[in-house]
Write a protein that binds this ligand. Structure first.
Ligand code: PDD
Length: 282
């Protein structure tokens, strides 16, 4: 795999950064994961807008224009063979002379890193009738109060995902103060009596690009949908649970904490949405 590091495309084995990089020392940076199908980036403008917002919240100067970012993503994809892949893009504050919590003044050049990974375009949505769905666990959300920033500080997310994997599940679905927030790396939707709901945007969740797409499709197709607080009781009692992300699309969760969700199979509302989703996306 080729990667991009600070202006140069190179083989990943050749890429080097300093241990004084603030990404390494403080997780002082942000990232994006952008999917591409047949070499075409999906919702790139939305991802780059979110990148800009995350950088702004950390007071890191955006090193590139949208056009340049898009060109760099496209070039790296091509150099790695195109096809179905996700582009991982990370910007950290950069390498300071000494370790000091405060931001270096004047600002230092950021460290820009990009790589790609193969992406399986065959997710549950592409075969809604034969999809088997996945297992999840629920857990307390132990994260900080700025989950709206797509920060590379992902230790709680990694620990939660590990907890899920250790119990044979794909995702940990989180609640905070008795209310659903999101998954360790996904947004969450619940369905009860045909009504779809997802928590509203706030500092407690990441504004997912896939979440926006699901909402857009629900509205466009007049599927009953609400953006509102969802209690833990509602999560545990849902007829359907879905998780969404750029790499998973929208995936049905058929068991939560080893107990079936609804009938324990992908639900009819999800199937209807999945058909709209693939129509729109591919
Ligand atoms: N994760 N919530 C969290 C905490 C996430 O990390 C992600 C994405 C999402 C979904 O966002 P989107 O639909 O824009 O991908 C929600 C990426 C894929 C990752 O960390 O690999």
């Amino acid at each position: 795999t080729e990667v991009y590091l600070n202006g140069t495309f190179m083989e990943s084995e050749r890429a080097r950064i300093s241990p004084l990089d603030r990404g390494f020392l403080f997780a002082d940076g942000v990232y994006e994961v952008i999917p591409a199908f047949n070499g075409v980036l999906f919702r790139i403008d939305e991802h780059l807008a979110r990148l800009e917002r995350s950088l702004g919240e950390l007071q890191i100067h955006n090193p590139h224009s949208r056009e340049t970012w898009q060109m760099l993503c496209q070039k790296l994809l091509l150099r790695n063979g195109g096809g179905n892949a996700s582009v991982y893009l990370q910007v950290t504050r950069g390498t300071a002379a000494t370790r000091d919590h405060a931001f270096p003044m004047p600002p230092i050049p950021p460290t820009i890193f990009m790589t790609t990974a193969a992406l399986n375009a065959e997710t549950a949505v592409t075969q809604p009738d034969s999809a088997s769905g996945a297992a999840a666990i629920s857990a307390d959300d132990p994260r900080w109060a700025r989950c709206d920033i797509k920060s590379v500080s992902l230790l709680p997310n990694a620990m939660l995902r590990q907890q899920a994997v250790a119990s044979g599940a794909v995702e940990a679905i989180l609640t905070r103060d008795g209310f659903l927030t999101e998954g360790s790396s996904t947004n969450v939707f619940v369905v009860k009596d045909g009504l779809i709901a997802t928590p509203p945007l706030s500092n407690r969740i990441l504004g997912g690009i896939t979440r926006d797409l699901v909402i857009e499709l629900c509205r466009k197709n007049r599927m009953p949908f609400e953006e509102r607080a969802v209690s833990e009781a509602e999560l545990l009692d849902a007829d359907e649970i879905w998780i969404s992300s750029s790499t998973k699309d929208v995936m049905p969760i058929v068991s939560l904490n080893q107990k079936p969700v609804g009938h324990g199979r992908p639900g009819e509302v999800w199937k209807a949405l999945a058909r709209r989703y693939v129509e729109f996306k591919r």
